[in-house]
Write a protein that binds this ligand. Structure first.
Ligand SMILES: *[C@@H]1O[C@H](CO)[C@@H](O)[C@H](O)[C@H]1NC(C)=O
Length: 497
């Protein structure tokens, strides 16, 4: 049985072969249906839902699951998302997913047309859960499900009979990383709901404020406090400092309170704002912090935060094809690559930052200085678009990496619910080890998890479409969340790249 460890420690590997000088491909007339991709990228989140499914659930092969989560602790922790192809609810990546979905709606919601409502529902499915997980003051519930036991089975969520152990951080076992990210998610979502549901928005912001205060007052990494439960799955390798800055940045954006601005300025160096600036993912928020705060600088509101913009500029320069950087590569077919498992998470989150930054630059009429060159907003958009187009089929395999999009796509994704016959077609219980035959089967998955984007090809642009190769065949919520914003933009601006 597979043990899904999605994140391998960053290797200090200096790649010495020369980088192919890749120019962003010329923007041919768009052949992709970004509207279809947008719709599917959001639909995917319905397939990841835990808890009681609502009557308007569109992914009909999924059913209610994990209806007693939290009951052992006397709290209601039902709902939320399974983060990937397993049945554990990992709060750290779930909160990051919620933050990125909210950021997608904040920056690109006006481009979502009829999909806006579905995107907002996807945010709320996460934030309703995060509100439950933070309902006890001074406590954040950060995981439901024993990950080792879960990963020892290949079971549908509807059949799950592994221990639904709950894990929490509190004053004695702190977790500023997961709590800081949870505060960021709640603050970002409060912006999404501000004009749509003011009372929900106000509750989200109030909670974000108190969760951030807890995160900051009781400092520590949840992977120290809860090591045996959360590692090696979503172990925090990069420390909790970035999530404190990230939480403060979102709280500042949501509340406009001076105290968060001062927090950012006062803690900028203490919390290492200029560390690892070219990463952005569920573990490392640095590039996202710099891009988010740079918007204020570019709008002329915050010159005292200029150093964040310098970091953001350096980050953007490091992504330009043809510029050598030890931590960023492009495959021969043009896909951005970073060392570590599940490459597509880097592709989508870094592309999102390229696009968001290009818009902030456009609005203030600026370019990015990169040594003797300068990168225009339109170059950044073209690079982001080249990544999105690669995902949708412009690649050496001539396949889409999104399930259900185009004519050729992954058929054997590493996903328990998708790979085992549904409760509708096979009502009898399928136990822990009885699922092995579906895991090992060479046949395509019986349930299409439409919209799921997988870990993707390797550095040679090859993709085996094999369930056991989880680094390449597993979808995750944090691969899709930034794509929601990217697809919306390219759908609404077919010529503007
Ligand atoms: C990618 O996968 C293919 C096929 O499995 C293999 O031949 C190739 O060596 C792999 N490339 C890298 C860089 O691992």
């Amino acid at each position: 049985m597979p043990t899904t460890i999605r994140r391998t420690r960053r290797l200090l590997l200096l790649l010495l072969f020369p980088l192919l000088a890749l120019a962003a491909p010329p923007s041919a007339a768009s052949r992709h249906d970004y509207g279809d991709a947008l719709r599917k990228s959001i639909l995917f989140f319905e397939g990841q839902r835990s808890g009681r499914l609502p009557p308007n659930q569109r992914v009909r092969w999924r059913h209610d699951s994990a209806l007693h989560d939290g009951s052992g602790e006397g709290v209601d922790l039902t709902g939320g998302y399974y983060d990937a192809g397993d049945n554990v609810k990992f709060g750290f990546p779930m909160a990051f997913t919620a933050t990125l979905l909210a950021w997608s709606v904040i920056d690109f919601g006006k481009s979502m047309g009829p999909e806006l409502g579905n995107a907002i529902s996807a945010v709320q499915w996460a934030t309703d859960y995060l509100m439950k997980a933070t309902s006890v003051p001074g406590v954040v519930y950060v995981q439901v499900g024993d990950a080792f036991r879960d990963h020892g089975c290949w079971e549908r969520p509807e059949d799950m009979d592994t221990p639904r152990t709950t894990y929490k951080v509190d004053a004695s076992r702190p977790g500023s990383d997961v709590a800081g990210e949870t505060a960021a998610a709640l603050a970002a979502a409060s912006i999404v709901f501000r004009g749509r549901d003011p009372s929900y928005s106000a509750r989200l912001l109030d909670r974000a404020i108190s969760v951030f205060e807890f995160a900051d007052r009781h400092r520590g990494a949840y992977s120290s406090s809860l090591r045996s439960a959360v590692c090696p799955f979503y172990c925090d390798f990069d420390g909790y400092q970035d999530e404190l800055l990230w939480g403060a940045a979102w709280l500042h954006k949501a509340s406009r309170r001076r105290e968060y601005r001062e927090y950012i300025k006062n803690n900028e160096h203490i919390l290492g704002a200029d560390d690892s600036i070219n990463e952005f993912g569920w573990d490392n928020k640095h590039a996202g912090i710099n891009v988010l705060i740079s918007k204020e600088v570019l709008m002329g509101n915050a010159q005292y935060l200029e150093s964040f913009k310098l970091n953001a500029d350096n980050f953007i320069c490091s992504l330009l094809p043809g510029i050598f950087h030890p931590q960023i590569q492009y495959s021969p077919g043009g896909l951005l690559f970073k060392v570590g498992g599940s490459n597509m998470q880097h592709v989508t989150s870094l592309s999102f930052l390229l696009l968001a930054y290009s818009n902030y630059l456009s609005h203030s009429n600026q370019h990015v200085p990169c040594g003797s060159h300068s990168a225009s907003p339109s170059l950044l958009r073209r690079i982001a678009k080249s990544q999105v187009d690669y995902i949708l089929g412009d690649n050496p395999m001539r396949m889409s990496y999104m399930v259900g999009y185009g004519s050729k796509y992954p058929m054997r994704i590493h996903h328990r619910a998708s790979s085992i016959p549904s409760v509708g077609t096979h009502p009898a219980h399928i136990g822990c080890k009885a699922g092995s035959k579906y895991y090992l089967s060479p046949k395509p998955n019986p349930n299409l998890l439409v919209g799921a984007v997988v870990g993707g090809p390797n550095l040679s642009d090859a993709f085996p479409d094999s369930r056991p190769v989880f680094q390449q065949s597993e979808p995750t919520t944090y691969i899709n969340a930034p794509l929601v914003g990217l697809f919306a933009f390219f759908w609404a601006h077919p010529g503007n790249v």
